[in-house]
Design a protein around this ligand. Structure first.
Ligand SMILES: Nc1ncnc2c1ncn2[C@@H]1O[C@H](COP(=O)(O)OP(=O)(O)OP(=O)(O)O)[C@@H](O)[C@H]1O
Ligand SMILES: [Mg+2]
Length: 387
């Protein structure tokens, strides 16, 4: 693990200890799944859904998921296929996610308090993100939404006598982190101090540090180990169903199992993807690049990564419309990844809300490793259900 990540985990563990008397947390999650198939060229010959990961911080495309359905419905209507629009499932992602924020704001119990969005200095996905704010303002005009960077929170913020987070004259009820998930979001100690102050405050965090940590690849790998789900789920049928969605996830620490996984990755790298404890895409190492990367790490560094079976999704043919298309789009081989949004609100003893909240579908060139909508290899899409 590099230095910024080390500091990151030190800080979040420190604040985790200080907020052990848990208050309510808000989770706006996105579980990313792919259909796995043994016959790549037949989209119908899939075997099961496999989870790529669960995002617990800054889960994006809550607006553009539903917007894709609206765009594609329009195109289908224009092409004379209006009868087929019914095969695209309803998508209530934006309202589902934002209702979770509004519910948390109500639970906080101060009608004068605001919802705070923590944003990057430059928000590249502003066309997705701002619609959350617009929805909240539209549905609940009495709720004010503020957007601040971590640096601004450091400068403007303080804790009140009852651990209220105060930004100028505003008390903050809910903090929605759309930034703060990667070391570059913390260019100085100020941003770490801002995060620590927010974590110590009584505002409802999305995510709390606990939920943030639960979204790390390491925790997801640990959850997939034998007997681990049984610690959290009582119903054996539920355990079985959840387990089926996990693909092979392996620790690479200096244990017998970890060293065996290391050897396996060197022998057959094309079967795997190597993942660090990072978010935001572009950090994984795929297939034949794995041995070189692993050989450069010592045993301690290696333990900060996990190894995962590569999921083989079915290939379908389609056209991808992108702003950089210079010519008419070509028919290309594509694979898709579905993200299912979920909202959970609760404290250490109680679950107050727990519901599914719509979806987003990303489709990318079959040759691309990562999701890559921002990187230019993928596009937003909508599921089309077949019998
Ligand atoms: N096991 C896998 N099999 C196939 N593709 C994978 C696998 N793991 C990751 N990918 C691809 O790489 C992308 C990024 O991986 P992952 O989601 O684990 O990283 P991330 O940094 O958390 O990305 P994000 O910003 O989407 O949250 C996925 O969206 C998927 O397209
Ligand atoms: Mg992620």
């Amino acid at each position: 693990m590099g230095r910024p990540e080390k500091i990151f985990y030190a800080v979040i563990l420190r604040s985790s200890r200080s907020t052990r008397k848990m208050r309510i947390s808000l989770g706006l999650l996105r579980s990313d799944v792919m259909l796995e198939t043994k016959c790549k060229n037949n989209p119908r010959a899939y075997s099961s859904w496999k989870q790529v990961e669960v995002n617990t911080i800054a889960s994006g495309f809550g607006h553009l998921g539903p917007a894709s359905k609206a765009v594609q419905s329009f195109v289908m209507r224009e092409l004379g296929h209006a009868d087929k629009i019914k095969n695209m499932p309803d998508n209530n992602a934006l309202s589902g996610i934002c209702d979770g924020m509004i519910k948390s704001w109500e639970l906080y119990g101060n009608p004068g308090a605001v919802i705070l969005f923590i944003v990057e200095v430059i928000t590249y996905n502003i066309c997705d993100q701002r619609f959350h704010e617009f929805y909240i303002r539209d549905q609940c005009p009495k709720v004010q939404v503020l957007r601040r960077t971590l640096t601004q929170v450091f400068k403007e913020g303080k804790l009140g006598s009852n651990k209220e987070l105060l930004l100028g004259e505003h008390e903050v009820a809910v903090i929605y982190f759309r930034a703060g998930y990667e070391p570059a979001h913390y260019p100085s100690q100020d941003e770490w101090d801002a995060r620590y102050m927010m974590e110590c405050s009584r505002a409802i965090k999305c995510p709390s540090i606990h939920y943030h940590l639960a979204g790390t690849k390491k925790v997801q790998q640990a959850l997939a180990q034998p007997a681990m789900l049984e610690r959290f789920l009582n119903d054996p049928e539920q355990v079985k169903t959840v387990k089926e969605i996990f693909t092979g996830l392996y620790a690479l620490d200096d244990t017998e199992a970890g060293n065996a996984a290391y050897e396996m990755a060197l022998q057959e790298p094309e079967r795997f993807v190597l993942k660090p404890q990072r978010e935001g895409g572009g950090n994984n190492i795929y297939g034949v690049d794995i041995p070189d990367a692993l050989r450069k790490m010592n045993r301690v560094e290696r333990a900060a990564w996990i190894l995962m079976d590569l999921i083989q999704p079915p290939i379908s043919k389609g056209y991808m419309i992108r702003p950089d298309n210079k010519y008419a789009p070509e028919l290309v081989d594509l694979v898709s990844e579905l993200g299912i949004f979920g909202v959970i609100i609760g404290d250490v003893d109680n679950i107050i809300c727990n519901y599914q909240a719509g979806h987003m579908l990303r489709t990318k060139l079959s040759t691309a490793n990562e999701g890559g909508v921002a990187a230019g290899l993928g596009a937003l899409d909508s599921p089309y259900l077949l019998d």
